[in-house]
Write a protein that binds this ligand. Structure first.
Ligand code: 76R
Length: 245
């Protein structure tokens, strides 16, 4: 008999990272750039407008540091079909011709019930259907649990996994004030098994948390990581300054 932990799913999530094709963008006349920018801001405004609706979803734009990307949009929606429309919506914006795909990720907010569904219903609701936290910085990376010859997470008895997740939660909980974490599951959905999205007012908290967690067995033995992306919240003014400044 297999012992997969029970999971509960909430919002569906799309992380969409783009690189700006700077030489082509800069070669456009200023009036054309302004028009394309306005259209993009209109689209992003529409995306964010669902936040007034209960369980409507949430969307945020970020500037991204390093050459891996320039811009990111994160969408949470109750229905995965909405994410298909949002992806198409960005491609339909004229500026999409200047936004090169950099990375993207499809997953769903997941609570694994290692500790049982002990939380109160309103706490569950808030964790399954959260607004994207209003923190200045965002850190995203995909990860797997190892399936090696020596260390295989999926071969462990449930009791050992539960014990290890307890230790994991203890380390994480020290950072509960500084870092909001949203774990999304992507088994069967994308190339890694989970997406980790962290939100904080300063990126130093990502470094401290992720480093400390590397020493915890759930990570030191069993975690494998993909690329890291660091974003800074981008208001319409920030995006205007980035693209026209
Ligand atoms: O308290 C609870 O009920 C939640 C406990 C908890 C679970 C079940 C928890 C707490 N996490 C859980 C599940 Mn987590 N988490 C990560 C990473 O970089 C690394 O080493 C790993 C990436 C971070 C930084 C992080 C942070 N967590 C998971 C799972 C699913 C495992 C499964 O189902 O098998 C993954 C992949 C994962 C990964 N975690 C916390 C945090 C933080 C900060 C907390 C504490 C939250 C709080 O107490 O407010």
């Amino acid at each position: 008999e297999v012992e997969a932990p029970e999971t509960i799913e909430g919002y569906w999530v799309l992380h969409d990272f783009r690189r700006i094709d700077w030489p082509r963008w800069r070669s456009l006349p200023e009036a054309a750039r302004s028009r394309l920018l306005e259209e993009l801001l209109g689209f992003l405004g529409e995306c964010a407008s669902v936040e007034g609706v209960e369980r409507g979803g949430s969307s945020r734009a970020y500037r991204v540091i390093t050459q891996k990307a320039d811009l990111a949009v994160i969408h949470f929606r109750p229905d995965p079909a909405q994410l298909f429309d949002l992806q198409a919506g960005l491609w339909r914006c004229g500026i999409a011709d200047f936004l090169l795909p950099a990375y993207s990720y499809f997953s769903v907010i997941e609570l694994s019930l290692y500790r049982g569904p002990s939380s109160r219903p309103e706490v569950m609701e808030r964790r399954l259907y959260p607004r994207i936290p209003d923190r200045r910085y965002m850190c995203f990376y995909p990860m797997n649990k190892r399936r090696g010859e020596r260390y295989n997470w999926y071969d462990l008895p449930a009791s050992e996994r539960r014990e290890m997740m307890k230790g994991h939660g203890r380390v994480g909980h020290k950072y509960a004030e500084q870092v909001t974490q949203i774990i999304t599951g992507s088994q069967g959905l994308d190339d890694w098994e989970w997406g980790v999205t962290l939100f904080a007012d300063h990126p130093i908290h990502f470094k401290k948390l992720v480093y400390e967690m590397r020493f915890d067995p759930a990570s030191s033995r069993y975690a494998e990581f993909g690329p890291f992306y660091i974003g800074m919240t981008a208001s319409p003014q920030d995006i205007t300054a980035l693209l026209l400044g």
